[in-house]
Ligand binder design. Structure first.
Ligand code: MEV
Length: 315
């Protein structure tokens, strides 16, 4: 049982944007993910009674927190178990921060990382980033069932990452010469990532040959995308995002709202656009180098009544 440590401690976890190969990453195909500047902050304080309590003050899409409540309880229990923290400890964990929580932006991973970091500091456990990432991965299981680990990696390590799931996961920094502006558009629809991942599995088993072809294309695309990012060939990156969106449509994880926002962004001049994250709602992302183009695309999405996040990759 852990009882030592500070009276109050804080920890941060960053949101993320998957630029290439969500879903495919679950099947050991390389993916490219970027942390974004918005973060969830967890604060842990000692209380007199009540065991472990979680107060969720994060800004969020209406319905998001309610929809994820059971997953969140499961996730916290897994985190406590993995960190060997007694559930009878009297502590209050409060979640806040700048990350507007919605599906597709890594909100669950950001909260798991933030909680892991805050508990680590509170109980003076001395965990390093790799261990924090492991705790966050355990927490992610409460939300996803069998997460690939890509979201918690972005949330823990930050930056732009080449991530391949495996017996030993591969994380490599992708070296962009210059950060690039992106716009993330929120459909406002709370999505169930677990169900989206299960749907892909089911269809992959039903149509193995068709899916194998799509998966091969996704594998090649990841390598091309990394090359384009490292060469600062932003137009090519945008083109490959468009192709990635088609592949994600092929495996049926996009939906009408996502497709509509992707089209809106492209028509407003984005170099490329795709859904991002689990899909079937949640966020899309558009590549919009320069503040002027970023603003134009953001405005086009906002004019349709949707909320956006203006941020950068490669920071
Ligand atoms: C969710 O952000 C990303 C998915 O690929 C699931 C995962 O990687 O665990 C859909």
């Amino acid at each position: 049982m852990m009882t030592r440590g500070d009276d109050v401690a804080e920890g941060k976890g960053y949101g993320k944007c998957i630029l290439f190969n969500e879903h495919f990453v679950v099947y050991d195909i390389p993916s490219i993910v970027s942390a974004i500047g918005d973060y969830t902050l967890a604060t842990v304080e000692r209380t007199d009674s009540g065991g472990v309590r979680l107060i969720d003050d994060r800004p969020a899409t209406p319905g998001y927190k309610e929809g994820k409540l059971e997953h969140q309880k499961d996730s916290l229990q897994r985190i406590l178990d993995h960190m060997e923290i007694d559930p009878d400890e009297n502590i209050k964990i409060t979640l806040g921060g700048t990350l507007y929580c919605a599906s597709g932006v890594g909100a669950s991973a950001a909260s798991c990382t933030a909680i892991a970091r805050a508990l680590n500091q509170f109980f003076d456990m001395g965990l390093d980033d790799d261990q924090i990432n492991e705790v966050a991965y355990e927490g992610e299981k409460g939300y996803h069932g069998t997460p690939s680990g890509v979201d918690n990696a972005a949330s823990t390590y930050g930056g732009l990452i080449w991530f391949v799931r495996g017996d030993e996961d591969t994380f490599e920094p992708v070296d962009m010469k210059k950060p690039v502006e992106i716009v993330m558009g929120n459909t406002g629809k709370v999505a169930n990532t677990k169900a989206a991942v299960a749907g892909v599995k089911e269809r992959k088993e039903k149509y193995p040959e068709r899916y194998e072809e799509i998966f091969q294309d996704a594998r090649q695309l990841a390598h091309d995308a990394r090359e384009a990012l490292e060469a600062n060939d932003i137009q090519k990156v945008g083109d490959l995002m468009d192709v990635n969106h088609s592949l994600l449509q092929d495996i049926e994880v996009s939906d009408e709202d996502l497709d509509m926002l992707v089209e809106t962004a492209r028509s407003a001049g984005a170099l490329g656009a795709k859904m991002t994250g689990g899909g079937l709602g949640g966020y899309m992302v558009a590549l919009t180098p320069g503040e002027e183009l970023q603003e134009k695309v953001a405005k086009a999405i906002e004019d349709k009544g949707f909320r956006v996040l203006r941020t950068k990759i490669g920071v």
